[in-house]
Ligand binder design. Structure first.
Ligand code: AHM
Ligand code: MG
Length: 352
């Protein structure tokens, strides 16, 4: 990502306690050519996040957390709250005229902007409720989104507007429905900002301006239940993190929630690496490029971290299909660089 804008407006946009609307208004003024469309889209995503947050928080009260009985394009059971979150995002972001096409984890095909709404200059991909299998056990979930500028000229958007590499993202971020609800996003040249929902006033307030991930992480996050499904190299990497044979010279702490947003968010704040290597069941990796790996990779790099498939920077992977999967290693620079070095066959003697 290019260097951050260094204007007075950026400084004003970074004051703790600003509402999301105030923050976005300041940032918009740092870009004289801004039309307001991007700001409007971000506000719509923010409102969708508030609505989803409200619903997720009531999941245990109303019998809304049951399964719908249907299976999505990924072969996963669709939960009621997956559907609700999906519909809420589409409903909140299509009338405003900023989007030309959308993609969702819950939808096999691209989602068109329905008439009579106008087609705008952006294409958005999202995972409406990441980690939704955790809802029934009251574990944090999230929403991930990514925004590209369209490539087609006008009218309805096309698949090609969505199939763009992460390096061309305009913005990306996530909402996390945890002990607090937070909105964390990165926009080109602006850095990473985290907002916490104050339930007493129903507003997201800036709590984490200009977020930076610690360069050295003390946590590794991976589903070690899949150990037998990894290849030797990935097994060796994880072994190195839990022994001293990694650049820190000590064993890292293991933390794995099983919600990507939640595991990533903790590592962003505390420093660490999240790993989801290829497995025998998912030879291309489990996580989806467009609405999981690429947006979090963009945000992580904007915060000073790294994201790779092992061999390729996530931002450089050009999607060929909508629901493409990739192996993912993401987080603090030192730990991800170590994974990259192992993939480049620079495996330290002592670790084998
Ligand atoms: P989802 O988007 O359907 O919830 O699936 C993605 C989830 C990630 O949130 C999580 O990190 C991963 O899948 C967990 O997979 P596993 O159960 O194999 O560890
Ligand atoms: Mg997901």
């Amino acid at each position: 990502m290019a260097a951050q804008i260094g204007s007075e407006m950026h400084e004003r946009a970074s004051q703790i306690g600003l509402t999301f609307a105030e923050h976005i208004a300041y940032l918009e003024r740092a870009f004289p050519d801004a039309t307001g469309e991007f700001s409007a889209l971000m506000q719509e995503i923010m409102v969708a996040g508030k609505i989803i947050s409200g619903k997720v928080r009531r999941a245990g009260l109303v019998l809304e957390m049951g399964r719908t009985g249907r299976v999505n394009v990924q072969g996963e059971e669709v939960q009621y709250l997956d559907e609700f979150s999906n519909e809420t995002l589409v409903r909140m972001t299509t009338p405003g005229g900023q989007l030309c096409i959308l993609a969702s984890e819950e939808s096999a095909e691209p989602i068109e902007v329905p008439p009579p709404y106008a087609h705008g200059r952006y294409a958005m991909a999202f995972d409406p409720l990441d980690g939704s299998s955790n809802i029934e056990v009251n574990v944090a979930t999230g929403t991930i989104f990514s925004v590209h500028r369209r490539r087609s000229v006008d009218g309805p958007g096309t698949l090609q507007d969505l199939l763009q590499p992460g390096r061309d993202l305009v913005a990306a971020g996530y909402l996390i429905y945890g002990s607090s609800t937070m909105l964390v996003y990165a926009a080109r040249q602006c850095g990473v900002f985290g907002f916490t929902l104050d339930p007493s006033i129903g507003e997201f307030l800036l709590s984490h301006p200009n977020l930076r991930i610690p360069e050295n992480g003390g946590i590794y996050s991976v589903n070690e239940g899949h150990t037998d499904e990894w290849d030797d190299r990935d097994r060796g990497i994880v072994r190195a993190f839990r022994s001293r044979a990694n650049p820190s010279g000590r064993a890292l702490n293991a933390r794995y929630v099983g919600s990507l947003v939640t595991d990533f968010h903790r590592n962003l704040l505390q420093g660490g690496i999240y790993l989801y290597p290829a497995t025998a069941s998912h030879p291309d990796g489990k996580l989806r490029l467009l609405y999981e790996a690429a947006p979090l990779g963009f945000l992580c790099e904007a915060a000073g971290g790294l994201a790779t498939t092992g061999t390729t920077r996530i931002a450089e992977v050009t999607p060929e299909v909508l629901h493409q999967r990739v192996p993912l290693f993401i987080g603090s620079r030192r730990e991800v660089a170590f994974v990259e070095s192992v993939y480049q066959n620079e495996w330290p003697e002592s670790s084998t």
